[in-house]
Design a protein around this ligand. Structure first.
Ligand SMILES: [Zn+2]
Ligand SMILES: [Zn+2]
Ligand SMILES: [Zn+2]
Length: 175
């Protein structure tokens, strides 16, 4: 099976204008909620903003702390509810292996397979999506009489800078 990706993956470790990542996530949320009629309350929006501000998945308590650091006292239950909402709307994903959440980094259909490339060292997480893989896996699951709850693949490994770092200054580049 060849993995057909729907778009070239963004490399979040590369230099980029990070404010665009946050702005895009919020714009997509406004659009998506406008279409579905779901309410993007100030808290839900704020939680998404904090998530989108990190390319490393954040745990619920980390989120509560970050909100607290900017003077917002938010009960953990409210943050959990906001996260449930964001995940339900496809605006954020749960990264099971890290027990954490990340803002959805790209536009994709709800039944596409989402692949997370997760760095062991720095936690940097890149999201890929594949429609073709989603279709193939859905077919394979159906053939096995299985009803999947989610179509998420988490792949641990090393991001480019961490791989470089592990190789050490002696290897690779001659300086
Ligand atoms: Zn970014
Ligand atoms: Zn996504
Ligand atoms: Zn890394």
């Amino acid at each position: 099976m060849t993995i057909q990706l729907d778009a070239t993956p963004k490399a979040p470790h590369a230099e980029h204008d990070h404010s665009i990542c946050v702005a895009e996530a919020l714009a997509r949320a406004e659009l998506c909620c406008g279409e579905s009629g779901a309410r993007l309350t100030p808290l839900r929006r704020r939680v998404l903003e904090v998530l989108a501000d990190s390319h490393v998945p954040l745990g619920a308590y980390e989120l509560v702390e970050r909100l607290g650091a900017s003077g917002e006292k938010t009960p953990p239950m409210s943050v959990y509810r906001a996260l449930d909402f964001l995940v339900g709307e496809g605006l954020a994903h749960r990264v099971e292996s890290r027990n954490a959440y990340i803002a959805c980094g790209r536009e994709h259909a709800a039944d596409d397979v989402v692949v997370f490339l997760i760095c062991d060292d720095c936690g940097l997480t890149t999201e890929l999506a594949s429609h073709a893989m989603g279709r193939d896996l859905a077919w394979a699951a159906r053939s096995a009489g299985f009803s999947p709850r989610a179509s998420v693949v988490e792949i641990p490994g090393l991001c480019a800078p961490c791989a470089e770092h592990r190789r050490g200054p002696a290897a690779g580049k001659d300086r």
